[in-house]
Design a protein around this ligand. Structure first.
Ligand code: SF4
Ligand code: FES
Length: 375
């Protein structure tokens, strides 16, 4: 390890996209538009080796994500291996694809925690958002199996125009499902969410009402459920420190083994992502150009370079800077100090001018192949 590498903190978490296969088609999915096929997925031995390397590197948390991780037949074996090498294990699941027997096997194998996504508190709307009839009922059952197996449950709820009026109801639903924690996150606009932005973005008034409703529930449910609330970027003054800072706290590994500093990093042109098939995790983390590209603050331009918040938010999200300002080196345009902030305001105004939703927005559902663009 070089002297410079010694100054780089070791990662806390590794998010393993075990597969991009998923029965659901959520229009805000964080997976890339070009989903990786099953034939390219890492095999069981490779995943086990990666987790062993992660534990040796100092990683504490293994997050199993996808797609739907339960689509992998070797999920129990992978979980058992992670438990053996001392990692805290977290299953991030749609619930569709789980069975009661599988949940019990996972718990017996050492799974520590499960995170279940919900799309809405009402069945019909939830199934339409997921693009899967019956998803709501299967998620209810999955929550029951998870809590019956003695696993702590977190419910993830992504807020957008079709469910924004029920943000509070979704918290209540999480309580009814027996969750100890609920993460209410307003949609982040990259990838699938970006191409669905017009159908997903709520008006500013809707977003503000939802924020107030969820915040008010903190008092109601104090001691019952922990509410993690991620407010919408487009209505904020400052950006969030995306990933806690680039190459600082965690990394993602795609189904085919590409190591990414964040889930949308592949959208940034010019970055080359090393694969765990060819490089050790340690080498990737400390030495790969992609992980060093936006690490720390040396890469920053003004206004970030001389800003007192630069080690608080690290200039926000590189992928959002690329999407909205056209260059990943710019300050995240969500920041009111960014010269591109007007673009965010413009998008917010367009949403504010849009009529309140009482019709069904048309989504481009997440699927393996994007439809051809209209003539
Ligand atoms: Fe953060 Fe840059 Fe804005 Fe300062 S100028 S608050 S560092 S995004
Ligand atoms: Fe890539 Fe934020 S999603 S840096």
């Amino acid at each position: 390890m070089s002297a410079d590498a010694k100054k780089i903190p070791t990662p806390v978490g590794l998010l393993a996209e075990l597969t991009h296969r998923c029965p659901l088609g959520c229009p805000y999915c964080s997976n890339p538009l070009a989903l990786e096929p099953r034939a390219d997925e890492l095999d069981t031995a490779s995943w086990k080796d990666i987790f062993s390397q992660a534990a040796a590197l100092g990683v504490l948390h293994a997050h199993f994500s996808g797609g739907e991780p339960a689509a992998r037949r070797d999920l129990v074996e992978i979980v058992a291996h992670c438990a053996k090498v001392g990692l805290y294990t977290n299953l991030i699941t749609s619930g569709v694809g789980l069975t009661q027997a599988l949940v019990k096997e996972l718990a017996d194998a050492g799974l520590d925690h499960a995170q279940l996504s919900i799309q809405d508190s009402e069945a019909e709307s939830a199934d339409r958002i997921a693009g899967y009839s019956g998803a709501f009922a299967r998620k209810r059952a999955a929550a029951e199996w998870i809590t019956q197996a003695g696993l702590p449950l977190t419910v993830n709820a992504v807020i957008h125009r079709a469910n924004v009026a029920r943000a509070g109801k979704m918290v209540e639903f999480a309580v009814a499902l027996g969750a100890r924690r609920v993460e209410v996150a307003h949609t982040q606009y990259y990838g699938w969410a970006m191409i669905n932005r017009a159908a997903l973005m709520p008006t500013a008034a809707q977003a503000e009402a939802a924020i107030a409703e969820v915040e008010a529930l903190r008092k109601t449910y104090a001691g019952v459920i922990v509410i993690d609330h991620v407010i919408p970027d487009y209505h904020a003054r400052y950006p969030k420190a995306c990933m806690g800072g680039w190459g600082k706290r965690g990394l993602n590994v795609t189904p085919s083994g590409k190591a990414l500093p964040c889930h949308a990093a592949e959208t940034i042109p010019g970055l080359e992502f090393w694969n765990v098939r060819e490089h050790s995790l340690e080498d990737i983390w400390f030495n790969s150009a992609a992980f060093n590209a936006f690490r720390g603050t040396d890469w920053m331009r003004e206004p970030c370079r001389s800003c007192e918040r630069k080690t608080i938010d690290y200039g926000g999200c590189r992928c959002q800077a690329l999407t909205l300002a056209g260059d990943a080196r710019e300050a995240d345009p969500v920041c009111h100090l960014s010269p591109y902030h007007a673009k965010v305001a413009e998008i917010g105004e367009v949403a504010a001018g849009s009529k309140e939703i009482d019709c069904e927005p048309a989504y481009v559902y997440r699927r393996v192949k994007l439809p051809e663009p209209a003539e």
